[in-house]
Write a protein that binds this ligand. Structure first.
Ligand code: ADP
Ligand code: ADP
Ligand code: ZN
Length: 214
């Protein structure tokens, strides 16, 4: 099963992708996580990506597409995968489709997690990310047992630089402008499914399981 997660920044793509990955035993491929790991390790890709990410802009397509296409060739992807944060532009979606077509495959589902802009700023300002394992929490909606400490690994939690209100507004503009057109793209491809992302995260997941099957 090959799945694309769509939705605004903070809609809950990562949260749901992790749950889907666990239930259906599929790799969760997050381009944001890949870039953040590169930044942490000080790679050239990381340095390039950071200048865009800090401004709330998208990393240019040419730095993203080959990275993902190569990742999909790895052994763990042979039964499918969940793409979280990719594609984010029409050219990225077209490049993905072309790469799949070349090996006679196609995406199965594009799951669009719908959350209105009014809810997003609150979601992002309360998001806390683990510095070492990448787990995400929310101060209000998904708190850790001990404030500021990751439940999974015990490391420190931070507010991502790009989750500060000024940058979030920019990221929302970029989303509407460059990423939202993918909703029609996948609707036309006949694989779009919408889920209400404003309800409790477990209920969002139940709705997704209804679609994907038990
Ligand atoms: P969020 O979880 O809020 O949706 P991500 O972790 O997916 O954010 O992405 C963080 C940042 O990384 C984006 O704002 C963008 O700068 C960059 N990025 C991630 N994926 C892509 C992509 N497919 N194309 C371009 N830039 C990307
Ligand atoms: P995305 O990957 O789309 O940027 P995340 O999965 O990181 O979004 O979720 C953004 C923030 O909102 C996180 O702090 C997360 O814990 C919280 N969150 C996710 N889903 C829900 C939900 N259904 N209700 C409330 N908060 C949520
Ligand atoms: Zn952790």
């Amino acid at each position: 099963m090959k799945i694309v997660m769509l939705g605004a920044p903070g809609a809950g793509k990562g949260t749901q992708a992790k749950k889907i990955a666990e239930k259906y035993q599929l790799p969760h491929i997050s381009t944001g996580d890949i870039f953040r790991a590169n930044i942490k390790n000080g790679t050239e890709l990381g340095q390039k990506a950071k200048t865009y990410m800090d401004q709330g802009l998208l990393v240019p397509d040419e730095l993203v597409v080959d990275l993902v296409v190569d990742r999909l060739k790895q052994e763990d992807c042979k039964n499918g995968y969940i793409l979280d944060g990719f594609p984010r532009t029409i050219p990225q979606a077209e490049a993905l489709d072309a790469a799949l077509k070349a090996i006679d495959e196609k995406m199965d589902y594009a799951i669009n997690v719908e959350v209105p802009d009014e809810n997003i700023i609150n979601r992002m300002s309360g998001r806390r990310a683990c510095v070492s394992c990448g787990a995400t929490y929310h101060l209000q909606f998904n708190p850790t047992k001990t404030e500021g400490v990751c439940d999974a690994c015990g490391s420190e939690l931070i507010l991502r630089d790009d989750d500060k209100a000024e940058t979030v507004k920019k990221r929302l503009d970029v989303y509407h402008d460059q990423t939202q057109p993918l909703i029609d793209y996948y609707k036309n491809a006949g694989i779009l499914v919408d889920v209400d992302g404003t309800v409790d995260m477990n209920d969002v997941f139940n709705a997704i399981v209804q679609i994907l099957g038990e």
